[in-house]
Design a protein around this ligand. Structure first.
Ligand code: GAR
Length: 198
């Protein structure tokens, strides 16, 4: 008789379209998240399409709107309470555009991971998010960019790196085409892979 493997509650934090969330959902369906199960999706923005993706897959959703809070400390406190309530074992930032403070980072130390759309330490840190990251990469003229999955620490994009994947920049790329290629070739692969390793 085998010993039952206890499941890992994965809470995914989102703010936007949720294509990385979708990659995680698809990986879980294929049995590729190990003992991980996405138990809740929390959005910092009302009406984020990521919430629709979660609902369509019968995953519990919650919304904690960043702009309802005056500062990061009060938002982090509320988020910490939600994460404890949801019994989160692993917290995945999947296009989550808000910084949480040390109150959360220390409570869930080594249990929070983020996907960043560049090869850290390039094009990262405060202000580098979404399409802007790719605008900066193209402005700089780099020939290779990519994505990074790393542990979240109070310092933005500075936690230990778990996985990286390089993606070529092509002549004529726009921020949008580069973003799309980096998502397809890197983010949607290394994020589920990192969750599985966890
Ligand atoms: C992704 O490219 C993700 O790496 C990036 O935002 C996009 C969200 O897309 N995250 C950051 O820039 C965080 N610093 P999604 O909502 O479709 O997953």
């Amino acid at each position: 008789m085998g010993v039952a493997m206890s499941k890992t509650n994965i809470v995914v934090l989102v703010s936007g379209g949720g294509t990385n969330l979708q990659a995680l959902i698809d990986a879980e369906k294929r049995g590729e998240l190990g003992n991980g199960e996405i138990t809740c999706v929390i959005s910092s923005k009302e009406g984020a399409y990521a919430l629709t993706r979660a609902e369509e897959n019968n995953i519990k959703t919650r919304t904690l709107i960043r702009k309802d809070f005056s500062d990061i400390a009060s938002y982090s406190k509320a988020m910490k309470a939600l994460l404890i309530e949801e019994q989160a074992d692993l917290i995945v930032y999947a296009g989550f555009m808000t910084i949480l403070d040390e109150n959360v980072c220390d409570t869930f130390k080594n249990k929070m991971i983020n996907v960043h759309p560049a090869l850290i330490p390039s094009f990262c840190g405060k202000g580098f998010y979404g399409l802007h990251v790719h605008e900066c990469a193209l402005e700089k003229g780099v020939k290779v960019s990519g994505a990074t999955v790393h542990f979240v620490t109070p310092e933005c994009d500075a936690g230990p790196i778990i996985l990286q994947k390089a993606v070529e920049v092509r002549q004529g790329d726009t921020p949008e085409t580069l973003q799309q290629r980096i998502m397809e070739e890197a983010e949607w692969n290394i994020l589920p892979e990192a969750v599985k390793l966890f």
